[in-house]
Structure formats: structure tokens, C-alpha cells
Write a protein that binds this ligand. Structure first.
Ligand code: PEP
Ligand code: MN
Length: 338
């Protein structure tokens, strides 16, 4: 339930109202970001209490029911888009968030050379996994903390904002200590105990869509993080499983306008995992920007064929250069920039 409040309400009166709602056994969240003050009652408000009780509360002008099961992620509580800022770079703003780098951090030389390529082309986010979710237990599992240290060093050297995956709740503080953004992988999208723990860090979290998750499933998972107290959530479409086997996954670009309509959270497209075939990554990255995505995540490696993981879908420095050149031309049509 959403309560719209009288603009004249003071901070102290808002606090008193919140205390009263909590006393009524409800879990309420202050909405300060929509031009007009409001309160979202995210838990306990729908079944237990009737509307008229809320209308009788001081400063309450209007009472509305939620139209979707996700609440804090919905446009209903926040009509305007969320713009996330990290170290002066934004995700969801006019500038596209271009996240690029290797699938896995492999060595100092590899991550530094990747960072140099990424920065030289004007991208602002450096990706690299230190904890890797591999289908086979015998495949390279990532460098762990040593890799995170290298990622942090490479990011700082080239002025790039970093992003790295957290696979388990026990890794949250470690990854959050070295990496600016945390990535939750597709296989963990519905690891609810992990999602709940992400409320304790300040780092923005990029949540990747699960292999068989609907938009609503993805938004409900985002809701877990928001409800846990971390408002900096980014949604990422990275392809879903369909009957098509030619590509690694089926990249669902309809996710861009649909998620942006349903939610205020930024939407990033990952065409690398989305198609899994190097030569199709660039066209799909262009299409993602043309569809209005807030940014892209692509895998880039100084020598893609030698990559420890996801070699087949990783762009070479030359391919990444061409991609960035064309994105620079496409972006202004959408009133965005690179
Ligand atoms: C990755 O980004 O390298 C990754 C493992 O992604 P996903 O969780 O989308 O498979
Ligand atoms: Mn990968």
C-alpha cells in the first residue's frame, strides 16, 4: 500500500507517522524521491488493515494499493528512473555504462592489459571474475582474493570502476572490499539468502537474470535486495534458455523496454553470455543500445583465444574498438552518450 503525504509534513512528523505504522505491526519505507513525500507499506498492509484506517492518519492524502508483487522495484513507488553513481560514473543516466573486461581475472599482465584496452576506448567499467560459477568442477574456478587485488589495482591505475561476481554470502565482504560493484550471477539470481545479505553493503549490485527466470522473477529478486536496505540495484539481461541451441542462450532484448516500464532500476544487456558466439556479440550490443538499454557488459581479452573461460564469446581489442566506435554513433540518436 502506498500513502501519499501532504507536502507540508515535517521530518519529525514523518518520523512519528513511521513509528505509528511500525507500532501497527507494518513494515513501512519512506519514499523521498518522487517529488512528493510518501510511504510504502511493503509488508502487512494489504490483508490486515483496511484503507480507511490509513486515510484517517495525519498528513495522509491518498491511499493506493500496489498493482504488482514487487513493490520497491516498481515504478509505482518511484516514477522516475534510478541513476546510480559510483566514483563519478553513472548507471541509468545519460552516459551509457559500458562494462568490459575478461570473463576471469587470470594474471596481473592480463587484467592490466585488459584495463588499458577498456580505458583507451572510453569505457568506464572494468569487469573481471575472481570467483567463477563453472559448469564443471574441473574448470578454472577463479583466482579468488589475489584476483580481486589485481582487479582493484588495474581499476585504480586506469581510472575504471570495477565489477566482480559474488557467488556466496561468505564472499560478500571480501568482494565488496576490493570491487566497486558486486555482480550476482544468473545461477544465483534466486539464492534468496544471498540476496538478503546484500543489504548490508553499500556497493551497488548488478543482478543477472536467471537462465529460466521471468521478468517478474527477476524483479522479485531485486525486491529482496531493495527490501534488505540496498537501494542500488541494476538489472541485467544475459540471455535465457530456450529451444534454440545454435546460440549459447537466447538474448531477450524485449527485456529492455519491458523492465524499464515496470521498474525504475537501470537495465544492462550482456550480449556475450546472451549469444555466446564472438561474431554475434557486436551486432547484439548495438541492438541493445538502440533498444534503449542503460549500458552493456561485454567480455574483452587481450588474446581471446587464450582466455581461461568463455573464450568463444570474448571480443578481441580490435573488435571492441569497432564496437565502441559504432556505439558512439548510435548513442546520440537515443539521446545518450558514450
Ligand atoms: C559472467 O559474467 O562471467 C557470468 C558467469 O555471467 P552469468 O552469471 O550471466 O552466466
Ligand atoms: Mn563469462
Amino acid at each position: 500500500m502506498i500513502l501519499s503525504l501532504d507536502e507540508k509534513i515535517t521530518r519529525e512528523q514523518q518520523k512519528q507517522l513511521m513509528e505509528r505504522l511500525e507500532w501497527m505491526g507494518l513494515h513501512a519505507v519512506l519514499l523521498e524521491d518522487q517529488g512528493k513525500p510518501g510511504i510504502a507499506i511493503v509488508q502487512g498492509g494489504d490483508a490486515l488493515v483496511d484503507f480507511s484506517q490509513f486515510k484517517a492518519l495525519p498528513f495522509v492524502e491518498k491511499v493506493a494499493a500496489f498493482t504488482h508483487p514487487y513493490k520497491l522495484a516498481s515504478r509505482q513507488v518511484k516514477p522516475q528512473k534510478t541513476v546510480i553513481s559510483v566514483k563519478g560514473k553513472t548507471i541509468g543516466g545519460e552516459e551509457l555504462a559500458i562494462m568490459a573486461g575478461p570473463c576471469s581475472i587470470e594474471s596481473e599482465e592480463q587484467i592490466f592489459s585488459s584495463a588499458r584496452i577498456v580505458a583507451s576506448q572510453g569505457a568506464t567499467f572494468l569487469r573481471g571474475g575472481a570467483f567463477k560459477p563453472r559448469t564443471s568442477p574441473y574448470a578454472f574456478q577463479g583466482m579468488g582474493e589475489a584476483g580481486l587485488q589485481l582487479l582493484q589495482k588495474a581499476g585504480a591505475t586506469y581510472g575504471l570502476v570495477t565489477i566482480s561476481e559474488v557467488m556466496d554470502a561468505s564472499q560478500i565482504d571480501l568482494v565488496a572490499n576490493y570491487s566497486d560493484l558486486l555482480q550476482i550471477g544468473a545461477r544465483n539470481m534466486q539464492n534468496f539468502s544471498l540476496l538478503k545479505q546484500l543489504g548490508r553493503v553499500k556497493n551497488p549490485v548488478m543482478l543477472k537474470r536467471g537462465l529460466s527466470a521471468t521478468y517478474q522473477d527477476l524483479l522479485m529478486s531485486a525486491e529482496y535486495i531493495l527490501n534488505a536496505g540496498n537501494p542500488h540495484v541494476i538489472l541485467c539481461e544475459r540471455g535465457i534458455r530456450t529451444y534454440e541451441t545454435y546460440t549459447r542462450n537466447t538474448l531477450d532484448l524485449a527485456a529492455v523496454p519491458i523492465l524499464q516500464e515496470l521498474s525504475h532500476l537501470p537495465v544492462i544487456i550482456d550480449p556475450s553470455h546472451g549469444v555466446g558466439i564472438r561474431r554475434f556479440v557486436t551486432p547484439m550490443a548495438r541492438a541493445a543500445v538502440a533498444a534503449g538499454a542503460d549500458g552493456i557488459m561485454v567480455e574483452v581479452h587481450p588474446e581471446p583465444t587464450k582466455a581461461f573461460s568463455d573464450a568463444d564469446q570474448t571480443l578481441s581489442p580490435e573488435e571492441f574498438t569497432v564496437l565502441m566506435q559504432t556505439l558512439r554513433e548510435i548513442a546520440p540518436v537515443l539521446k545518450r552518450r558514450v
